[in-house]
Design a protein around this ligand. Structure first.
Ligand code: XLS
Ligand code: NI
Ligand code: NI
Length: 439
């Protein structure tokens, strides 16, 4: 097998004082943190689409990066196989054990679905071959039901029953592939499941149809032995003005309403949470307290830009708060998929590696710092203390549903005005955060 990323060695851990660009400063796969290896805390995944397909095309210009991987023309099966070769070499060099894919990331879509599916069979056989002798597997698969013009009005939410059936066929095949490649999960990102204007949209009808499609996916997935989680990946907008899976709270409500909550969890993407006007940590927490924190799309947005910039995460503060949520959640059943792309001017192959080193080191450092934050204990202690007024008789009664509004009325009358609640101490806690982050 010819080497594609010539001159790039296996990326090793050298420690924080290293100035070697092609080395990890914090990600030390075997280092044990809170009783578990870093590699187990952080099941990293490569996103097929950004890393192997996207060349930097934007609304104003064409590709800057050459992702042909020596196969000449793009859009051929030869190129599809070159991407597999490149992807496996890339993952091996970085010590990444998982990948995520959309159906159309793997092969060029043909006009006839039968031909597309034949290509998918061929490429997945090729991937299986590549997987042999490695411990690389699929983290999750998905069907791209937003790029092709037929999905202009959505897939599950489309006004066309034929487009709906086509989407169902793509999901079936993508589930087959996910199972074939040992996938831990299957994602629904509702790319165009939403609307541009209510003047032409029956929201109730569309949401019910999405739920029906998801139910059929669950039934089929379970029937072929898929034991993993289905995920919704919430996003408030882009490409649609309004998307139904606005944020974690909305998606969880939807799943409960339609009886899908036993089979689904959340795949939380940092940049989507911030687009929804939340912090990344907020959507992680909302998912976690509902028992639905499944997987993470690891990236970050740019607060000065109002769209999904999908940057490689470098913000250690946010990564620490993310890992704090993940540790409190007892880990993830999914993993950390770098749904991130190089900036357009970072177009060389070295940049692909620098980007993943940055992302992996950021989350490794976030993990180290989150563990320190928990071991430090000041934040947990403060929260406990903050609610301590609930530890008395009255608090217990309320928590145990053993009181009434009238009883609380009489209590309040007897008490008169309550004292001010204890200080929130935000500035103190932010200083604690800094003292742990920068010690
Ligand atoms: C787009 C989404 C997409 C999903 C997979 O914003 O993040 O990449 O992760 O379809
Ligand atoms: Ni995104
Ligand atoms: Ni994503």
């Amino acid at each position: 097998m010819t080497e594609i990323f010539k001159g790039i060695p296996e990326i090793r851990y050298e420690g924080k004082d290293s100035k070697e660009a092609l080395a990890f400063k914090y990600y030390d796969a075997d280092r044990v943190i809170l009783g578990k290896k870093m590699s187990e805390h952080l099941p990293f995944a490569m996103a097929w689409w950004h890393n192997l397909c996207a060349g930097g095309t934007d609304m104003f210009g064409r590709d800057t990066a050459d992702k042909s991987f020596g196969a000449g023309e793009k859009g051929t099966m030869e190129h599809a196989k070159a991407k597999v070769d490149a992807g496996f070499e890339f993952m091996k060099k970085l010590g990444i054990k998982y990948f995520c894919f959309h159906d159309v990331d793997l092969v060029p879509e043909a006009d006839d679905i039968k031909e597309t599916n034949r290509r998918l069979d061929e490429i997945s056989d090729y991937i299986l071959e590549k997987m042999k002798g490695t411990d690389i597997k699929c983290l999750w698969g998905t069907a791209n039901m937003f790029s092709n013009p037929r999905f202009m009005n959505g897939a599950g939410s489309t006004n066309s029953v034929d487009v709906y059936a086509f989407a169902a066929a793509q999901i079936k095949k993508a589930l087959d592939l996910t199972v074939k490649l040992g996938g831990r999960g299957y994602v629904f990102w509702g790319g165009r499941e939403g609307y541009e204007t209510l003047l032409n949209t029956d929201v109730k009808f569309e949401q019910e149809n999405i739920a029906k499609l998801m139910h059929m996916a669950v039934d089929y997935g379970r029937s072929i032995g898929f034991k993993g989680d289905f995920y919704i990946e919430p996003k408030p907008k882009e490409p649609m003005k309004h998307q139904y899976d606005f944020d974690a709270a909305t998606a969880i409500g939807f799943l409960r309403q339609y009886g899908l909550d036993k089979d689904f969890k959340m795949n939380i993407e940092a940049n989507h949470a911030t687009l929804a006007g939340h912090t990344f940590q907020h959507d992680l927490r909302i998912s976690a307290i509902n028992g639905m924190l499944g997987s993470i799309d690891a990236n970050q947005g740019d607060m000065l830009l109002g769209w999904d910039t999908d940057e490689f995460p470098f913000n250690v503060y946010d990564a620490t708060l993310c890992m704090y949520e993940v540790l409190k959640n007892g880990g993830l059943t999914g993993g950390f998929n770098f749904d991130s792309k190089n900036r357009r001017p970072s177009y060389t192959t070295e940049d692909m590696f620098y980007a993943y080193i940055l992302g992996m080191d950021t989350f490794a450092l976030g993990l180290i710092k989150a563990a320190e934050l928990i071991e430090d204990g000041r934040i947990d202690d403060f929260i406990k203390e903050r609610y301590s007024s609930w530890n008395g008789e009255l608090g217990r009664k309320i928590r145990n549903d053993a009181t009434t509004l009238e009883e609380l009325f009489h209590y309040a009358e007897k008490m008169g005005a309550p004292e001010l609640p204890g200080s929130g101490r935000q500035e103190y806690l932010e200083a604690v955060m800094n003292s742990v982050l920068f010690k």
